[in-house]
Design a protein around this ligand. Structure first.
Ligand code: A3P
Length: 273
């Protein structure tokens, strides 16, 4: 799979052509946009489904636009094609998504009133999920082994950039912007509580009954059942702690050391089980 680097960040050329990064510099943000931000393999599609279900409970059901899958702005602006047009003409509130590191966001976003939701996941499970995903994508250069991939991820040699640069880039915005941070592990442990948090942040209050409907539709088993063949690879195991089935003691120690180095005194933490 061809890749290129822009400002030190690696992108897949066919999925995120360099011209898209250019187009994003003039991408118009609306004050009522909702932007869902995730590092790859941290639950992007799950978050999209939860937000979509919340909107559905509020009577917003533009299937054509909200669609089955997140509208990743860096992927869909290609050649100013039909999806880009759809995003431009979509009714408000638009639900947009991106994996981009903070420095690549459309310049208007952080100064707007758009609501930004950042979902994060612990780096060990993210690495394992990425490894399995890459093995299933025919176009991606399949990692030779878990061992080589674990090192690659630790070295930050990843699509959309190094894990910690991505996470900390957004974490720095926490006190300044209209931004909600969610964690994959919290969603797994208490989805109703996280759905309520989202509803309140998005100013879309729902009754307890409707929250339960959202939860019912977005639990792993429900999503796995309703997902089509094409999206099976986005619902693999859906658990916290699968890293334990993959990491050696040495790998685990190396990841723990990097975790301490990068996150100590930042206030950002992850749960690993
Ligand atoms: P695993 O590979 O660990 O199973 P993304 O959408 O960003 O590509 O993230 C994919 C990861 O989210 C996969 O992790 C997938 O199983 C998990 N996932 C998807 N839907 C989920 C759900 N409803 N509950 C928990 N995890 C989910």
């Amino acid at each position: 799979m061809p890749t290129y680097k822009e400002r030190g960040v690696m992108f897949p050329s066919d999925v995120v052509p360099r011209s898209n990064l250019e187009l994003l510099k003039t991408f118009d943000i609306r004050d009522d946009d909702i932007m869902l931000i995730t590092y790859p393999k941290t639950g992007s599609w799950w978050l999209h489904q939860v937000v979509k279900q919340i909107m559905a409970q509020q009577g917003v059901q533009d299937e054509k636009y909200l669609g089955d899958f997140p509208n990743f702005i860096e992927m869909t602006l290609r050649d100013k094609g039909p999806v880009a047009e759809m995003i431009k003409t979509a009714p408000s509130p638009r639900v947009l998504a991106t994996h981009l590191p903070v420095e690549f966001l459309p310049p208007g976003l952080l100064g707007s009133k758009a609501k930004i939701v950042v979902l994060m996941r612990n780096p060990k499970d993210t690495a394992v999920s990425t490894f399995h995903f890459w093995q299933k994508i025919p176009d991606v250069k399949t990692p030779e082994s878990w061992e080589s991939f674990a090192e690659q991820f630790l070295a930050g040699d990843c699509l959309w950039g190094p894990f910690y640069d991505h996470a900390l880039g957004y974490w720095k915005l926490k006190d300044k912007h209209n931004i909600l941070f969610l964690k994959y592990e919290d969603m797994k442990k208490d989805l109703p509580a996280e759905v309520k948090k989202l509803c309140s942040f998005l100013e879309k209050p729902l009754s307890d009954e409707k929250v339960q409907t959202v939860v019912g539709a977005t639990q792993f088993d429900s999503m796995k059942k309703t997902v089509g063949e094409k999206r099976q690879m986005f619902t693999r195991k859906g658990v916290i702690g699968d890293w334990k089935n993959n990491f050696s003691d040495d790998q685990s120690r190396a990841y723990d050391e990097q975790y301490r180095e990068r996150l100590s005194n930042t206030g950002l933490e992850f749960q690993f089980e």
